[in-house]
Each structure stands twice: as C-alpha cells, then as structure tokens.
Design a protein around this ligand. Structure first.
Ligand code: LMR
Length: 341
C-alpha cells in the first residue's frame, strides 16, 4: 500500500467512525427485513465460505422475514484492504478477515497468530481463541468501532513455489506473497526470501505471471484458487496457521433490536461450530485433490529438515515481541505452552 492509499484509508476510517448513524439498522418489519451483507475473499467451497453460507441459512431460519443475509464470496464485493473501510462506513455488516490482516487497522496484537510454529495443532489454537486471550483480543477491537463475534478455523499453511523447497536455504531470494502482516514479512526475511504483500484476489495472477515465485497458504485456499495450477512445488511445512475473526460494525450490532441480536448470536454460535468442525476435512480433501491433479509436486520434510525450518523461523518470536506486545504474547504462550528457545 502506498502513502496515498494509506491516507485514503485513514480518511475513510475517520469518516466511518463519524458516520456511525449510516451503519444503524433499519427497524425490522414484515416489508423490510434487515439486510446483512457478509463479504469475504475466499471461494464458497472452503471452511470460511461454507461457514458464511451456514450462518445465512441459520439466521434466516431463526428470524424469518426479519433478516436477510447476503453473502458475497471471492472478493466480489470488497477485496483485502477495502473491506475494513467498508465495514467502518456501514457498507457491509459482516466480514471474516484472516487474523493476519488486522495490523493495518492498528490491531497489531492479532499478528500473534502468525508467529511460526506457535500452535502444534488446532486443539492448542482453540485454547487461545476460546479462552481469555481470544476475548482480550476482541476487546481491543472495540475502540476501533468493531465487535468480534467469533473465531473461525481454516488450517495450517504449506509453502508453494515454482522452485523446489526442501530446507529453509531453498527459500533464499524467492519472491513470496504474504498477507498484510509484519510478522509474516519478518518470517520470510528470516528465510532470506523477499516478502510481497498483496491482496488475496491478486495472488493467482501474480503466481501465473511470475510476479511472485510462491506463497504460503492452506491447501483449501491453494486448491480453490487454482494456485496449484501455477505452482510446481508445495512443501508440507505446517509452519503457521490461518484462521479468521468474524467481525461486525459495533454501532450496527449494538443498534439491533435485542431479539434480532440474540437470534443472530445463536446463529453465529452454531455456524462457528459447523465451520470449525469441517475445516480440517476441507483441507485434507483439498490436499488430496492437489495431489491427484499431478500439477504440484508435494514434498514432506524429514524430521531433520522440519527441525531446520523451525530453527530458522522461531527467532521471529523475539524479533516481533515489541510489535505484538509482551502481555498478548505471554497470554498466548500460557495456553500453548510454546517456548521460543
Ligand atoms: C490470504 O490472503 O491468503 C488468506 O487470508 C485468504 C483467506 O481469507 O483465507
């Protein structure tokens, strides 16, 4: 993002805070259901895509004629870098950005989820998202006019590239697309790679045209965006995690009639359970399909190679401590039992 874009975003966010009234819901009536636009950047056939559809189904079933949920997948309404402004302005009511995308909003603490090898498995991750640390992170969004509603899973990342990658040394000099997170940038630099932050909607083309050599993502995102068709290699590094915070405009949410808010909360709780239940299977299935396509060679590092990836990357924890904040870091370590050294 250049300086002009940054300035534009600041102005829009300030305008959004001032124009809270625009985000207030219309009174529900038989003629005019409350329209809830839910925008996201991934395909329908992903954990988040299916979670959003499930929320629509459940919310409309619980509140017939009172709400209408419109889901806009695949960046069809807003792209990364646009959607948070749109939420602030009241042009959209629900988003589920990846936890790696809250830094530009000033909520740098969320980048704790990007730290390499922070979570051994999703059970450890859930201790954070479903415990006090997850709640404390949501609290930090309130001053930005945002209410956090739920954490949704995707899964662990693989590295993909047009060049083979067995050990961290193979990453040297490679241009790798990252999400807009300073932790992910530090992570790629620790490998000697050249991080390129870009919107999710632009990744396929950047890979196809050689603007980047590779990226890091979940099998589900790789497969549904057809990245495997333009990436010759994938390595099962499992070095980091992608998940989401489902968020809404605080003024919009607080201004809803109580019965509607309660109904939507119940629908969200159920949709969350569903999304988190299917996430692992969606990723396993996508990985199997990538393998079956024969277009991407999948490499699983040996235990020694895996240790080398971890050794090269864990230093990012200490490097990023002041950005994330000691309190947040310690609160997450307490749940995961992770020790950087
Ligand atoms: C990415 O930009 O790679 C992911 O955050 C996309 C997503 O929402 O899963």
């Amino acid at each position: 993002m250049n300086d002009i874009d940054l300035k534009r975003r600041e102005v829009l966010i300030a305008a959004g805070a001032a124009a809270g009234a625009a985000a207030l819901p219309m009174k529900a009536s038989a003629q005019a259901p409350i329209i809830i636009k839910f925008s996201h950047v991934v395909a329908v056939d992903t954990p988040k895509g299916k979670g959003a559809e499930k929320f629509k189904e459940l919310a409309e079933k619980r509140l017939p004629g009172k709400v209408k949920v419109e889901v806009y997948p695949n960046s069809t309404l807003y792209k990364d870098g646009e959607e948070l402004e749109a939420l602030s302005l009241g042009s959209v009511q629900l988003l589920a950005p990846s936890l790696a995308k809250f830094g530009p909003l000033g909520a740098r603490e969320f980048e704790v989820f990007d730290l390499p090898y922070m979570f051994d498995d999703s059970a450890e991750l859930h201790k954070v998202t479903e415990g006090p640390a997850g709640k404390a992170l949501f609290k930090k969004l309130e001053s930005k006019g945002i209410t956090g509603l739920a954490y949704w899973d995707n899964g662990f990342k693989i590295m993909t590239s047009n060049k083979p990658m067995k050990t961290p040394a193979d990453m040297r000099g490679q241009k790798i697309r990252i999400q807009s997170s300073a932790v992910l940038s530090a992570q790629m630099k620790a490998l000697g790679a050249l991080p390129q932050s870009m919107a999710f909607s632009e990744v396929y083309q950047a890979m196809q045209t050689g603007v980047v050599d590779g990226g890091e993502n979940t099998p589900s995102n790789v497969y549904t965006q057809k990245m495997h068709e333009v990436q010759k290699h994938a390595t099962m590094t499992g070095h980091g995690y992608i998940g989401y915070a489902v968020i809404t405009n605080k003024k919009f949410w607080d201004g809803l009639p109580a019965d509607i808010r309660t109904g939507l909360e119940a629908a969200m709780a159920e949709a969350t359970k569903y999304a988190n239940q299917i996430a692992q299977a969606e990723n396993d299935d996508a990985l199997a399909k990538i393998k079956a396509s024969g277009k991407t060679a999948i490499y699983t590092p040996t235990p020694e190679e895996r240790a080398a990836w971890k050794k090269a990357l864990v230093k990012v924890h200490t490097e990023m401590e002041s950005r994330i904040g000691k309190d947040t870091l310690q609160a997450v370590y307490k749940e995961t039992g992770f020790k950087p050294d």
